[in-house]
Design a protein around this ligand. Structure first.
Ligand SMILES: Nc1nc2c(ncn2[C@@H]2O[C@H](COP(=O)(O)OP(=O)(O)OP(=O)(O)O)[C@@H](O)[C@H]2O)c(=O)[nH]1
Ligand SMILES: [Mg+2]
Length: 281
């Protein structure tokens, strides 16, 4: 099931709840949240991100998944973990193995512990930490997966050149159309999963990196009957460090959406043959 924030109560969730508590208080009181941050050469960005996430409350923890960044991000992450005992786990991988497998390593690690909610965020400060409470509130309110969305009312991107804006907009529209989903930001990496929704993902068979990974995880939550909600965010282009976006990531996502759609059609047709009934579209 899917909900879009313009037509839902997501904007209202930014206000104090009926008991007069702010989202930050909700975040501190109610949940164990683990934020997974994949890193590759994010030395300049990581300290600020970690400080802002840690400041959200005692029950918020981080898992940093570093792929042996040549700039020393992994060692920096270890130092930050020492500085905040019990709040940060660092997973070190031997070399750059891609964003998708970094997330999966983080998901397995988190699911071995007690976290109720699991967030994913880029390390490059593009994802606004101050919106994390709004995403968490939407999950606490029944969202199985909450998407930080640049393309619902109240959301936007700041600092991207025109070609990048066009690519992102077109990519979102393309995925939305091919998959037939009423969601506006399928490629973003700022997300909050309810534990049960994450645990139901077929983690070891997710096949893509980058955009494709984001699309496939959201698709699977929906196919599993989960409720997806979009909450507006203002996305800022990275100031420090370099983007890892590649032509491969774009192409992979473009093909993946057709694969997902055809697989579902095939499953339905096969089900029809097995049952001897008319297939649904
Ligand atoms: N562990 C790990 N992290 C990665 C890898 N590739 C990218 N990342 C991290 O994943 C996050 C997203 O990567 P970005 O380079 O920001 O990619 P993007 O957000 O699609 O592109 P920009 O908007 O241009 O920054 C950042 O925190 C990166 O450091 C990888 O192979 N392994
Ligand atoms: Mg980025």
């Amino acid at each position: 099931m899917i909900e879009e924030s313009e037509s839902s109560s997501d904007q209202r969730r930014a206000d104090p709840d009926e008991h007069g508590r702010s989202e930050s208080a909700l975040l501190g009181d109610l949940i164990d949240l683990v934020v997974i941050v994949p890193t590759y050469n994010e030395r300049e960005n990581l300290p600020q991100l970690v400080a802002s996430v840690i400041a959200l409350g005692d029950r918020v923890r981080l898992v940093i998944v570093d792929d042996n960044s040549p700039d020393g991000t992994g060692a920096l992450a270890d130092r930050l973990a020492e500085h905040h005992p019990g709040r940060i786990d660092v997973l070190h991988r031997t070399g750059k193995q891609g964003l998708g497998t970094a997330y999966v390593a983080g998901f397995h690690h988190v699911l071995a512990g007690p976290a109720g909610l699991i967030a994913t965020m880029d390390a490059d400060l593009s994802h606004p930490v101050d919106r994390l409470p709004a995403l968490v509130a939407a999950a606490a309110d029944g969202g199985d997966l909450v998407l930080g969305s640049r393309y619902v009312v109240g959301g936007t991107t700041v600092g991207w050149p025109l070609p990048r804006r066009v690519l992102s907009r077109f990519g979102g529209l393309y995925a939305r159309t091919v998959l037939g989903l009423p969601l506006y930001d399928l490629t973003g990496g700022f997300k909050v999963y309810r534990r049960e929704a994450l645990a139901r993902l077929d983690l070891d068979h997710l096949r893509a990196d980058g955009y494709g990974f984001q699309i496939e995880t959201t698709w699977q939550v929906i196919q599993n009957g989960g409720r997806v909600v979009e909450v507006p965010i203002i996305f800022h282009d990275r100031v420090a460090g370099a983007s890892k976006l590649s032509r491969h990531i774009v192409l992979e996502a473009a093909l993946l959406v057709w694969q997902l759609r055809l697989e579902r059609l095939w499953t339905r047709v096969a089900g029809w043959f097995n049952r001897g009934k008319t297939p649904a579209r």
